[in-house]
Design a protein around this ligand. Structure first.
Ligand SMILES: Nc1ncnc2c1ncn2[C@@H]1O[C@H](COP(=O)(O)OP(=O)(O)O)[C@@H](O)[C@H]1O
Ligand SMILES: [Mg+2]
Length: 305
């Protein structure tokens, strides 16, 4: 491998491992545009063994250090699901995707900042998940860091978007493919199903795979709420607060909680528990309510009666 030619290699040298730097060089050596990037303006959002996410002016550059059988899914689903054309380049052992730059992800927001728009957040996320599922796509990694604010994008139909299709899969009834129940992020989108689902029929297993996404949505909303409750805990006895049934009694908790209970579908935040318990009829009821509540037309196959 040649000595680093471009200033950005030396900048990335401190962040990337040797093998990653080689993949990066292979990817960029034919990309003349990379020479014109001012690396003083590049900020690193995330660096791990699998990815490097950088921000440059109005865009995001995501480098995936993985062979093409792994990155091709992310590339494919990003093409399908981002509202604009996605540019990308690939080598044998890596890939670089150029994405529009959205705002901060949900994990970087405090619930008190977004409490007024929690209805919009719920609507946007539910609508996108229903859309994905009605196209037989399971995202497989829904969580706060994969939900970003899009207010910086003029005329975006959503205020919040689901991003990161690295684990997305197509599952159709006649050909479910391999079902990975363990794929995802523990505590967010890997349910602890009450029964061993691998003993179920193929179509039943498929249903519970789709439920992983709703599990992620539900955990996200319940976490938002609980974080907010932590803010109150300094004013309240925590134990007593927990015992307070369903948090719906706003007596001592003031206006913020009142707004909260009005705006968030109280059932959505418990949905992950119903999924853990495999309470089929309750789950379907909650999901049908969401379709109705947010006027969502795209109906996933499992909600079509
Ligand atoms: N298009 C984007 N706009 C704004 N921020 C982004 C964008 N893509 C990624 N990010 C930020 O970078 C982080 C990591 O990117 P992500 O695609 O989720 O990588 P990974 O596959 O490692 O989870 C996200 O949590 C988000 O904060
Ligand atoms: Mg992510």
């Amino acid at each position: 491998m040649k000595a680093p030619q471009y200033p950005h290699y030396s900048k990335l040298r401190n962040i990337l491992k040797e093998e990653q730097l080689d993949i990066y060089k292979n990817l960029t050596k034919k990309l003349s545009i990379i020479d014109s990037i001012d690396f003083n303006e590049v900020s690193i959002i995330k660096s791990s063994s699998r990815v490097l996410v950088m921000c440059y002016r109005g865009g995001i550059i995501k480098v995936i250090f993985a062979p093409n059988n792994i990155y091709k899914n992310e590339l494919y689903y990003s093409h399908v699901l981002y509202p604009v054309n996605i540019y990308s380049l690939a080598s044998l052992d890596g890939c670089m995707i150029f994405l529009p730059k959205y705002g901060l992800s949900l994990n970087k927001h405090k619930y008190s900042e977004i409490i007024k728009e929690s209805h919009i957040l719920e609507r946007d996320i539910c609508r996108q998940v229903m859309q994905l599922h009605s196209s037989f796509i399971v995202h497989n990694d829904i969580k706060p860091s994969n939900i970003v604010n899009t207010k910086n994008i003029p005329k975006d139909i959503y205020s919040w978007r689901i991003i990161d299709f690295g684990l997305s899969e197509t599952h159709i009834l006649s050909n479910p493919g391999r079902l990975y129940f363990e794929n995802g992020t523990r505590d967010y989108n890997i349910p602890e199903f009450r029964k061993d689902i691998t003993n179920l029929s193929e179509s039943e297993q498929l249903f519970w795979i789709y439920m992983k996404d709703w599990y992620g949505v539900s955990r996200t909303f319940s976490e938002l709420k609980n974080e907010e409750s932590n803010t109150f805990s300094e004013f309240e006895n925590k134990e007593e607060f927990k015992l307070n049934e369903e948090f719906v009694k706003p007596i001592v908790l003031g206006d913020v909680v009142k707004v909260f209970t009005k705006q968030i579908n109280i059932e959505l935040e418990y949905l992950y528990m119903y999924i853990d318990d495999m309470e089929l009829s309750v789950i379907l009821k909650v999901l049908r309510n969401l379709l109705k509540k947010h006027n969502i037309e795209e109906t996933p196959y499992y909600l079509i009666v």
